[in-house]
Design a protein around this ligand. Sequence first.
Ligand code: HEC
Ligand code: HEC
Ligand code: HEC
Ligand code: HEC
Length: 148
Amino acid sequence: MTDRFYADRDSFDGLLKKGDTKMKKRIAFILIAPVLAGIFILPVFSQEDMEVIDDGGFGVKQRPAVVFRHDEHNELAEIEDCSECHHVYENGEKLEDESSEDLSCSECHDEKSSGRQPGLRRAFHMNCKGCHLENRKGPVMCGQCHAR
Ligand code: HEC
Ligand code: HEC
Ligand code: HEC
Ligand code: HEC
């Protein structure tokens, strides 16, 4: 009678333990899954989520913000050198192996130009339109970039 009681109890304990670890694994997976997904999504997101260029550097806005899907654009246009746009100058010389992607254009370019440094609007237009004209590829009409 007592032997049977203990035998039953043992197998019941065993069952509970098995179910327990299964449940623990499931809970662990539920908790880890979003973290794993985040690791894969985040690096792509950081640049790909850019849809328009921030026009906060302009006091008065006359045009809609410019559509610019950063990564997609640069892949399509086959631009590999970040400093093509995010440049660094020293004494009027562009530094070949340095780039400034951690800075907004407006952090260096004020609305008014100073010396050889064009004002913010001109800096954008020279950079974007300049390359499009040179390559005869990419939009050059106001409404194509400032699209509603
Ligand atoms: C190749 C793309 C491109 C073209 C073409 C273009 N722009 Fe822009 N423009 C920009 C970018 C980029 C900015 C700065 C970011 C922003 O405003 O979203 C800008 C900024 C401006 C600004 C200052 C911000 C504001 O909203 O007031 C004005 C004004 C402007 N553009 C007018 C024009 C006019 C007028 C034309 C046509 C003659 C034109 N642009 C053509 C890309 C372009
Ligand atoms: C064709 C021009 C161009 C090229 C090439 C380019 N970028 Fe950018 N990038 C921009 C513009 C314009 C902005 C917006 C700047 C601003 O708001 O003043 C920007 C913003 C960024 C930002 C800030 C993102 C955000 O959402 O605010 C990062 C990071 C960045 N670029 C990284 C890079 C890296 C890394 C490369 C090279 C692999 C690169 N860029 C090449 C034009 C370019
Ligand atoms: C770290 C400061 C800095 C940042 C950030 C910066 N610029 Fe400049 N930029 C300069 C200086 C300085 C000059 C003047 C260069 C010279 O002496 O000829 C210049 C010149 C320019 C010129 C004219 C010469 C040329 O290279 O075509 C354009 C166009 C321009 N910048 C666009 C941009 C755009 C667009 C961005 C943002 C994607 C940007 N700049 C970010 C400092 C900066
Ligand atoms: C160094 C050259 C270069 C610079 C700088 C450049 N572009 Fe372009 N862009 C191109 C080329 C080349 C294409 C055409 C790609 C194709 O269709 O093959 C293009 C295409 C585009 C297009 C149409 C395709 C798309 O991605 O939607 C837009 C919009 C555009 N550019 C906006 C801009 C803006 C805004 C800037 C400035 C912040 C800029 N570009 C700076 C080379 C450049």
